[in-house]
Design a protein around this ligand. Structure first.
Ligand code: GTP
Length: 241
């Protein structure tokens, strides 16, 4: 009997790539992520990746004082995600993986353009596909882009890789009695105090019954264990398929 195909979309924040510097790209972190992704591919898991751009520029902050208009600032942010995607491509190739970067905005000297059917073929061939430039539109976050791509490629789940091991009922850095929530409904995830992702991303996941898994990306082996079914290491929004 053929086992059920496993395909996931992993979303990393741009800030995570910055390491202790707080900005730019720390190649040690890239290397760590690459080895985590390699363990997924070695276990026949098909992997799509979306990376934010906050380590380089954030659209909302760049537009804060009104000098740069929000639309332009968001396009600048989209370009930042392509910088991160190209860096991640290098790290994954360095780790021995086959990788393709597909951008939502045409940048043909740098990478492929996003073509849904081509992305699927890459994944089927065991290549990691990194989706750059967000949704290609301003006023959307990379969480929304990641959710959109996860749904398009038919991923079993979107994994939001963070610095914490899940979603808490209140800020665990401020409250010692904060409790980790193992499972949440989409409605709970929309709660302002919890805010797993922005409303657009959660609504999209809800409408398409895409489970959102929040986990700590900095613990070696976590991603694989979670995908293989260990729910203790993460919080799950919606029902795992
Ligand atoms: P198959 O058709 O499955 O063999 O996929 P492939 O991606 O290996 O083949 P292709 O010949 O389409 O691409 C070869 C290389 O060129 C890959 O590294 C692609 O990422 C890259 N490539 C393809 N299209 C573009 C593009 O429009 N711009 C850039 N910069 N690179 C591209």
């Amino acid at each position: 009997m053929q086992s059920k195909r496993s395909r996931v979309l992993v979303k990393f924040s741009g800030e995570a790539l910055a390491g202790e510097n707080g900005f730019g790209i720390d190649t040690k972190i890239l290397g760590f992520i690459a080895s985590e992704i390699r363990s997924l591919v070695e276990n026949k898991i098909e992997v799509g990746i979306v990376i934010g751009g906050g380590n380089i520029i954030r659209g909302v902050s760049a537009a804060q004082d009104g000098v740069i208009r929000r639309t332009s600032a968001d396009y600048m942010g989209m370009l930042a995600t392509v910088i991160n995607a190209v860096a991640m491509q290098e790290a994954l190739e360095h780790a021995g993986l086959d990788v393709r970067v597909q951008s939502a905005i045409e940048l043909k000297e740098i990478c492929e353009s996003y073509i849904y059917r081509r992305a699927i073929r890459h994944l089927e061939k065991g290549r990691v596909v990194i989706f750059g430039a967000g949704t290609g539109n301003p006023f959307f976050t990379t969480d929304t882009a990641a959710t959109l791509r996860a749904i398009e490629i038919g991923a079993n789940m979107i994994i939001k890789a963070t610095k914490v091991d899940g979603v808490y009922d209140k800020d665990p850095n401020k409250f010692s009695d904060a409790k980790k929530l193992d499972t949440l409904s989409y409605e709970e995830a929309l709660d302002d105090r919890i805010k797993v992702m922005d409303d657009t991303a959660i609504a999209l996941a809800k409408d398409n019954r895409l489970p959102i898994v929040v986990c700590n990306m900095f613990k070696a082996g976590n991603l694989l264990k979670i995908i293989q079914g260990d729910n203790g290491l993460c919080s799950v929004v919606g029902q795992r398929q």
